[in-house]
Design a protein around this ligand. Sequence first.
Ligand SMILES: [Cu+2]
Length: 184
Amino acid sequence: MQEIAWQISLVLMALVGFGFTFVALKSGRRCEDYTPLQKKAYRLRLKLFWLLALVFGPSMIYTLIKLPYDATFAKSNADARPPQVISATGYQWYWKLSGTEIEAGRLVEFRVTSADVNHGFGIYNTDMKIVAQVQAMPGYTNTLQHTFDKAGTYKIMCLEYCGTVHHAMVAELNVVAPEGRNKI
Ligand SMILES: [Cu+2]
């Protein structure tokens, strides 16, 4: 569905582009009917048009190329399996997870909430670099989607000071290569 919308947008953008070009080219023809002042204004306008076109045209193309189109659609097309779902609840001062084993290379959906106060659900890789995070709030379930590219033991740590033993809110996620996987 998104892909169709994207293609329609591309066609519409192309039409708008053609429209602009057509008007820009056509608009040169009636120049001789204008008074000298109008001619001057017209030339200025034309220069302004091309200046804007030259500045914004390439930057538009650049932005379109840089859009995360491939990453998003290639991944969802390549892996039509439903995401692995893990429910996570923060307590003072520990995490309760519905599962701790995850398959690498396949989307995981964390459904994160809190049983008491606000916590921060932060996932750290084996180099202790944060890879994803979402707030854990009482009364809300926040969804966090992430695909783990590398196997290893990841840590979940609380990112929001939540009381005296906040620092002990650490849980582990075991991300395994697809072939070595047990059922989640
Ligand atoms: Cu905390």
